[in-house]
Design a protein around this ligand. Structure first.
Ligand SMILES: *[C@@H]1O[C@H](CO)[C@@H](O)[C@H](O)[C@H]1NC(C)=O
Ligand SMILES: *[C@@H]1O[C@H](CO)[C@@H](O)[C@H](O)[C@H]1NC(C)=O
Ligand SMILES: *[C@@H]1O[C@H](CO)[C@@H](O)[C@H](O)[C@H]1NC(C)=O
Ligand SMILES: *[C@@H]1O[C@H](CO)[C@@H](O)[C@H](O)[C@H]1NC(C)=O
Ligand SMILES: *[C@@H]1O[C@H](CO)[C@@H](O)[C@H](O)[C@H]1NC(C)=O
Length: 450
């Protein structure tokens, strides 16, 4: 149930009648309900949201209710809340007085709501959160996107009152909200958190070590720091060093410098590492030792030499590579993406290795369509493992006669491509022809002999 409905019920406002404008729209096929402009008037049409599993509230101003006394709920209302199907609530473009939020949040304990998301909301003032002391909530996933609130430092009391619930939360996202730091004590409250998304904020190198201090986020497996203000690979490594269960780390869209000699060790649990779009011109070292998926697409890499025996998927598209990197030291590799590089040829022995992978992509490279160039790619395509893009996005760059052609259309006849291989059969053919000719001649002579 939404904050609004709880609020309205709590306030004892009439949940029917009032304004006749229908402001909630229930989508029966998708089972979601959208309500616009939160107010008493919206309440009448909220009734139709009862069968929905997702309810969205957009717009409205709750400020005027901030001082309303909220009564305890009576048994019938509690029963109603318990029978609702709603699993997810999205609240967007709303001004939320914290006093109000603090008072209605505990009503969620009577519902089955598992996800609560705030988008483009402004949280105002500070509330008295003592009603939430020791209180648990069914909400496991909490997200804030583009929200504005008072600095976290003013919220110690709220966080300590919410600690029972926060200690059970599994997923938290605070994105696009200009976050610059996260106090150490806050991370320690999130004892069960698996996933933390802090994308599109302003976290700098120095903010990580305090945020991920000893005892903070002890169960964290996924961390996204995409699109922040990080610049040192080494500092990031040091900053997340205490997250011993971390499996996925997303650093994409930061401007990273690969310090030449970093002695820092990444958590050995790290399997999935995203360094896409980080301005790197070389592969940084060290890499996490048990990596399975590495995305270094959209960088300025000229050469790549990776030997990690656990590596399964390697994304190197959109770089400056001139040659296919050696994959001999990656026995587990099944996926290799090399689209949009500067690769002109796939050597024959590389084609053999690449052909064993499940998913190879080399589209958008300036291919040389010599016999071996076009032939190698055609042979690779014949294995059926060349990903999407074949044949349309594989084009010849040279020689001039094939420029702009699809590689697939270049005639790779044995006669033209491998003269050595054709010499022997040709001799045989000539010899046979010679024999045939001789026989024929002999016959014709004998035939015409009177
Ligand atoms: C329900 O939602 C889907 C997906 O957003 C949309 O295509 C469809 O038109 C909606 N149906 C109604 C009745 O609004
Ligand atoms: C972010 O939220 C503010 C309201 O707090 C809103 O005016 C603005 O349009 C939102 N920005 C985006 C990109 O949604
Ligand atoms: C990003 O970090 C640099 C220092 O590394 C700092 O000067 C700059 O103000 C930061 N930018 C933002 C948006 O926080
Ligand atoms: C890495 O991050 C980018 C965006 O930041 C995303 O498009 C890409 O899918 C991610 N790569 C992997 C392997 O998840
Ligand atoms: C390659 O570049 C083209 C054109 O810029 C783009 O459309 C395509 O998405 C890129 N492919 C990859 C895998 O980066």
């Amino acid at each position: 149930m939404s904050v609004a409905v709880l609020l309205l019920l709590g306030l004892g406002l009439p949940v029917a009648a009032e304004g006749r404008r229908n402001r909630c729209f229930f989508n029966r096929t998708q089972e979601f309900c959208e309500c616009y402009n939160l107010s008493e008037e919206t309440a009448a049409s909220i009734i139709q949201c009862l069968p929905a599993t997702v309810v969205e509230f957009w717009g409205g101003d709750l400020e005027k209710y901030a001082d309303f006394p909220i009564r305890d709920l009576d048994d019938s209302v509690i029963d109603t809340l318990g029978s609702l199907l709603i699993q997810k609530i999205i609240i967007g473009n709303v001004l939320v007085p914290e006093v109000l939020l603090a008072r209605v949040l505990r009503f969620f304990s009577y519902t089955h709501v598992r996800e609560l998301a705030f988008e483009s909301c402004v949280f105002q003032g500070t509330g008295d959160w003592s009603d939430m002391d020791g209180q648990n909530l069914p909400i496991l996933s909490l997200s804030f996107h583009n929200v504005t609130c008072a600095p976290l430092t003013g919220h110690e009391q709220a966080f300590s009152s919410l600690s029972t619930w926060l200690g059970t939360l599994k997923e938290l996202a605070v994105t696009g909200s200009r976050v610059t730091s996260l106090p150490c004590a806050i991370g320690r409250l999130f004892a069960a958190l698996h996933s933390l998304n802090l994308a599109h904020n302003s976290l700098g190198d120095g903010s990580l070590a305090p945020a991920f201090c000893q005892g903070a986020f002890p169960q964290l497996q996924q961390l996204s720091l995409r699109h922040n203000n990080l610049s040192s690979y080494h500092s990031v490594c040091e900053g997340v060093g205490l997250l011993l269960r971390l499996r996925h780390l997303d650093l994409s869209h930061n401007e990273l410098m690969a310090d030449p000699s970093s002695s820092c060790q990444w958590p050995s649990s790290l399997q999935h590492f995203n360094l896409s779009n980080t301005g790197l011109d070389e592969v940084p070292a060290p890499l996490p030792p048990r990596l399975e998926v590495l995305d270094m697409s959209h960088n300025h890499l000229h050469a790549v030499d990776i030997s990690l025996s656990s590596m399964k998927k390697l994304f190197l598209n959109q770089n400056l590579l001139r040659a296919v990197p050696s994959i001999r030291n990656c026995p587990m590799l099944d996926t290799l993406h090399l689209d949009n590089n500067s690769i002109s040829e796939l050597p024959r022995d590389e084609v053999k290795l690449l052909g064993r992978l499940q998913d190879v992509a080399v589209a958008g490279n300036p291919f040389s369509c010599s016999c071996s160039g076009a032939g190698g790619l055609q042979a690779l395509a014949a294995t059926g493992h060349l990903g999407q893009g074949w044949p349309g996005d594989y084009r010849c760059h040279s020689p001039a006669q094939y420029q702009g052609w699809q590689v697939a259309q270049v005639p790779v006849s044995v006669l033209r491509c491998d003269p050595a291989a054709v010499v022997a059969p040709l001799c045989v053919a000539q010899a046979l022809l010679g024999v045939a000719g001789a026989v024929c001649l002999a016959r014709s002579r004998s035939c015409h002999r009177p």
